[in-house]
Design a protein around this ligand. Sequence first.
Ligand SMILES: *Cc1c(COP(=O)(O)O)cnc(C)c1O
Length: 242
Amino acid sequence: MTPETDPRTAQLGQRLTAVRQRIAAAVAAAERTDDPPRLIVVSKFHPAEDIARLAGLGVADFGENRDQEASEKAALLSGLDVRWHFVGQLQSKKAKTVVRYAHAVHSVDRSQLVEALGRAMAVEQERSGRGSLDCFIQVSLDDDAEAHRGGAAPADVPLLADQLEGAAGLRLAGVMAVAPLGADPDRAFAKLSGISARLRADHPHATGVSAGMSQDLEAAIRCGATHLRIGSDILGSRPAVR
Ligand SMILES: *Cc1c(COP(=O)(O)O)cnc(C)c1O
């Protein structure tokens, strides 16, 4: 169906345009027009048909947070030229399947996962000849380490970075974070920006900063985000039951 005849495509197109306008306004306000962030549409819980619609509207990057769901969608949509970003908590035993479809993993938060991804990529590169996997170190921005929403402690970033640098098939892309619930996103993302600067001092090419969701994309852009992960403001609220 053409966008004119499919109401869902029209709706997605309107919401995508609205989000792109918000991004453009924030990029202009932050004087970042030479260096705008990449938009990743987080499609978790939404059907493959919506991803196909958004790809038709020019979206090239999609985020998923569960391996099984992502694997199924990647297989269904293998004919589309899109990149898959894994953004959820990842069990080490899922590394083998994730590397079959993922361009990037944004949630690398522990040594054991780096090891598992490295082993999985060795096998996968042998099998398919794929390029390296972009790895973002997910950092917890919670002051209270016990309450964190996932991610490594900032103090653990240098070790994880060295480990990623040493692993064939893995590319240290940068850092990722989710603003803590109830926290001021500007303050949270400023902290992430500092962590990114320290990382880049040792690893100048690790320039990625994956930050910013529907609620806080403007703050993330102000603080230097290079990758935005936007779900509900484009796809709508996620169904409570699948
Ligand atoms: C779901 C999710 C997003 C998207 O969040 P929205 O509020 O729907 O824009 C971004 N990042 C991660 C890690 C997510 O799990």
